[in-house]
Design a protein around this ligand. Structure first.
Ligand SMILES: CC(C)(COP(=O)(O)OP(=O)(O)OC[C@H]1O[C@@H](n2cnc3c(N)ncnc32)[C@H](O)[C@@H]1OP(=O)(O)O)[C@@H](O)C(=O)NCCC(=O)NCCS
Length: 184
C-alpha cells in the first residue's frame, strides 16, 4: 500500500513546467531555467557518474557515501538518483526505485529527498522531484509514492506543493529487522 501517492503529478506532467521553470535535456544533464539560481545544475546520474558523489555538501546524505554501494546503485537500471549541483558540489538529491509487479503497471518509489540547509526554500526539492517524476513517466510508471513523518512539516508541505495526495484510509507501514532469524 503506497504512502502519500503522487500520481496526480505523474498524470499531469505539464504542471511542472507551466510557467515556473523550464527543463532542457542535454546528454543526460538537465539544466533549469527560471526560478533556479543560474549556477544550480540538476543532473541525473548514471553508470560512470560515481565521481559526482565525491563532493557532497554537509547534511545532504545521512551517512558518508560508500563507493561500493554507489557503483552498485548507479549500475542498476531500476535505481535512480537526481542531484542538484552548485559549482560541482552536490547540494540536494532525490533517489528512487522503479519496480514492476505481475498485475500492475510500474510504480516509482521515492526513497529519499534532501537539500542542504544552505540551499533550502529555493524550490530545488520541487525541481528534483519534477525530474524524477519525468524519469518515472519515461519508464511507464503510473504512480509515484513517498513516505514521511507527519511531524516533518517541510516534507509534508513539499509533497502537498507538488500535488501529492494522502491515501485513505490512514496508511501505516512496518519495518522488519532482517539481521535476526525470521519469526515463522
Ligand atoms: C524537505 C526538503 C527536502 C525541502 O527542500 P527545499 O528545496 O527547501 O524545498 P522547496 O524549496 O522545493 O520547497 C517546495 C515547497 O515546499 C514547501 N516547503 C518547503 N520547506 C518548507 C518549510 N520548511 N516550511 C514550510 N513549507 C515548506 C513550500 O510550499 C515550498 O514551496 P514555496 O517555496 O513555493 O513556498 C528539505 O527541507 C530537507 O532536505 N529537509 C531534511 C530532509 C527531509 O526531511 N527530507 C524529506 C524526507 S521524507
Amino acid at each position: 500500500m503506497p504512502l502519500c501517492p503522487l500520481s496526480q503529478n505523474i498524470r499531469r506532467p505539464a504542471e511542472f513546467s507551466a510557467g515556473r521553470f523550464s527543463l532542457a535535456l542535454s546528454g543526460g544533464i538537465v539544466f533549469l531555467r527560471g526560478i533556479a539560481p543560474v549556477n544550480i545544475e540538476i543532473k541525473m546520474l548514471g553508470p560512470g557518474d560515481a565521481h559526482v558523489l565525491g563532493k557532497v555538501a554537509k547534511e545532504v546524505f545521512d551517512y558518508p557515501v560508500n563507493a561500493t554501494f554507489t557503483v552498485e546503485f548507479l549500475n542498476d537500471p531500476r535505481h535512480h538518483l537526481v542531484v542538484a549541483l552548485d559549482e560541482g558540489r552536490v547540494v540536494g538529491f532525490v533517489s528512487a526505485v522503479h519496480y514492476v509487479h505481475p498485475d500492475k503497471a510500474p510504480e516509482l518509489w521515492i526513497n529519499e529527498v534532501s537539500v542542504a540547509s544552505t540551499h533550502r526554500r529555493r524550490r530545488l526539492a520541487k525541481k528534483l522531484l519534477a525530474s524524477m517524476f519525468a524519469l518515472g513517466r519515461s519508464y511507464g510508471c503510473s504512480e509515484a509514492w513517498v513516505g514521511t513523518e507527519r511531524s516533518n512539516s517541510a516534507a509534508m508541505a513539499l509533497y502537498a506543493s507538488v500535488g501529492g495526495a494522502e491515501p485513505q484510509p490512514d496508511p501505516v507501514y512496518f519495518t522488519f529487522s532482517l539481521s535476526d532469524r525470521v519469526t515463522e
